[in-house]
Design a protein. Sequence first.
Length: 142
Amino acid sequence: MEVDESVWQYIQKHLGYSDGEMKKFRENPRNVHVLAKAPELMNKTIIVEVVESKNCNSHHKVGDKFFFDGAGNLLTKKCPKRICIYALAQLPQLIFAANELVYAGVDPNEMRFKRAGCFDVGVDCGGWGHIVMEIRVEERQK
């Protein structure tokens, strides 16, 4: 796998690496692999959709969607105005798994366990409410 020199230069500038740090970064074969696969991932949008909702304090409802770019950055302009931090806290593992599948050359939508719920257990179990979310990955809209 080859990574174009311009990509290495971009990464160094983007992450603020010194020349020594960049040398160490470039020597790691995993970084080479990830950067070689990065263009594919950057053409994706990660969508997490609420598929169940009951008594949610933040009023998330079925059909609400949280959008992330391929790097896992929340695309706030596409999301609901209010987003529960406790719902977001459940998503890093799903987004990480989707990224890893892309790096491995596997369709992330083939993920077997692609749902997560906020940690509030709902009123029946002593909490307030509960939502369940499901992840999918789509080609970025151009």
